[in-house]
Design a protein around this ligand. Sequence first.
Ligand SMILES: C[S@@+](CC[C@H](N)C(=O)[O-])C[C@H]1O[C@@H](n2cnc3c(N)ncnc32)[C@H](O)[C@@H]1O
Length: 434
Amino acid sequence: MDPEFDTDTDLQMQSLLLAAAHHDIAALRNLLRNTSANVQDSETGFTPLHAAIAACEPDDESETPAEPSKQVNGHLNGDNGADKRTDSEERKKGLEVAAQTVKLLFQNGAIWNDLDQNGETPGCIALRLGLKELYELVVDAGVRAELLLSRLDEYQLLGDGNDSADEEDDDIEIIEASEAIEAENPSTENTETQVATEPEVVSQDASTTNPTYLTSPLTFTQTRLLDSSANGVMMSWETALMKRSAELLLPTPNLRVLNIGHGMGIIDGVFQSHSPSSHHIIEAHPDVLKRMREEGWNDKPGVVIHEGRWQDVVPGLIERGDMFDAIYFDTFAEEYKALREFFTEYVIGLLDSSGGESSEGGKFGFFNGMGADRQVCYDVYNKIVEMDLFEAGFDTKWENIPVPDLQEAGEWDGVRRRYWALDKYKLPTCSFIG
Ligand SMILES: C[S@@+](CC[C@H](N)C(=O)[O-])C[C@H]1O[C@@H](n2cnc3c(N)ncnc32)[C@H](O)[C@@H]1O
């Protein structure tokens, strides 16, 4: 490559990062005509978005997070009333310009979830600095990007049987667009229902695809179920979440429940303690099924075990007219679109919305762990799930459950990847609207 060209590109990149950090909208707009909004500094890993948000970090501990320009010679202005007012007005103004900068970058295709050298996305920085408005802008951009990607994915599938030349061309463009977004937007490859976002690891990890997982040996201990790559399939720290889900799904005895994914049998154990009238379990992994037999699950009251993938078992249940008052879904190594397919296509045929045996009407729940290794990803996926559930006709109630510090408790020792890093779990309970 021409070294002069290289220097020019580097100069443009540095100018862009600088303009972003200074919230210099005019300069930024100019530079974005010829330079991508997705340049990344090789030393810090900062993109212009990182720079724009990080620039709001106060230099001084006494300073409230705001904008970099409100200091005079590195010191805060005096502390009388007028100064404080000026300070807060300037802070407000500074944040407004920062927000405009962030918006401009998104309008120019900035990626919401690139990681810097500290492993932070722009949203992580905004959250750490308490910049609520900027954080929300990032979350909204994340939602838009992920929605677009999933819609493109669907469009791609729809286009698959198409043989008109023109439409084929369209397909190619759409596929290219989708691939471009995926390449730039790693976490979208990674919306596992259980395996949360850590794009670098999971996207290249064949062990986390469903067919590979289902044919690989598992290890059970008292407190965890691991796959052959030491990924946590299920861990006993989730017991409180399972308990509360079961309580909300089966508020009274004598209800009919369907659980998809037995794992360590935690939620099935809690369901049993609620004396269901029937208790169906779908499980696909041979090692889990073997253990279920060893533990006598076949002989427990009301239990019917369906061996196989839910994708293969559920159509038969619907055909037979089996209906349930409660359904719980918690599989492993499946993408978010599997969960979405389940609640969009199948729950309607399985859940007794009339109330049936339950005075409250049928309820559907699932393990809500997408993107849970990073707050900003969790917030993005929660918004997407909420929208998709609504579109599928569900009214969803959310309950926040505190999660202790799992790192400190040593929960991740010997586990390949920390799939949960947050202090709150958002527990969903869904019922049909109306
Ligand atoms: C996270 S664990 C479930 C944990 C369970 N909620 C508990 O309380 O112990 C996921 C389970 O889903 C099973 N599974 C994964 N893919 C599946 C599929 N397509 N159909 C049925 N079961 C599946 C796995 O073998 C595993 O046992």
